[in-house]
Write a new protein. Sequence first.
Length: 158
Amino acid sequence: MIEIRQLTGDDWAIYRDVRLAALTDAPYAFASTVEREAAFDEWQWRAQLDRATWFVALDGAPVGLVGGFAEEDSADLHLIGMWVRGEVRGRGVAAGLVDGFLTWAKGQRPAGVVLWVADGNDRAQAFYRRYGFGPTGHRQPLPSNPNVGEQKWRLPLG
């Protein structure tokens, strides 16, 4: 049984546990590090949930997250922090998270959705390409590891 729901500030402990698992599992894929976020206190975790965040559980066990936010100077929304526990990848969990996010996003009426994908993360690139995302040509060093690059991708929502 898959449960997908949007988290609130009161879910900060769930978010903390899954976020730290994500940062531990795939440090190459995020702009932050497990060392940085492990030091957060309750209020810092609650503050992170001020942005829209979805959580997914499979048979009651937390297995994934995705978040999003609007930037003041952009007509696009940002999809961030996408992660699914390795042993459940390929079972529709990621699709459920992105579907939930895109349903919410369309209600916000943005021009599109953008995200960043780390170089070498071929599985993520293939997944986002199936949704219609494509590279924009914008590149930058991954903030958590400047030796790795990342590329901005966009899905127009016209």
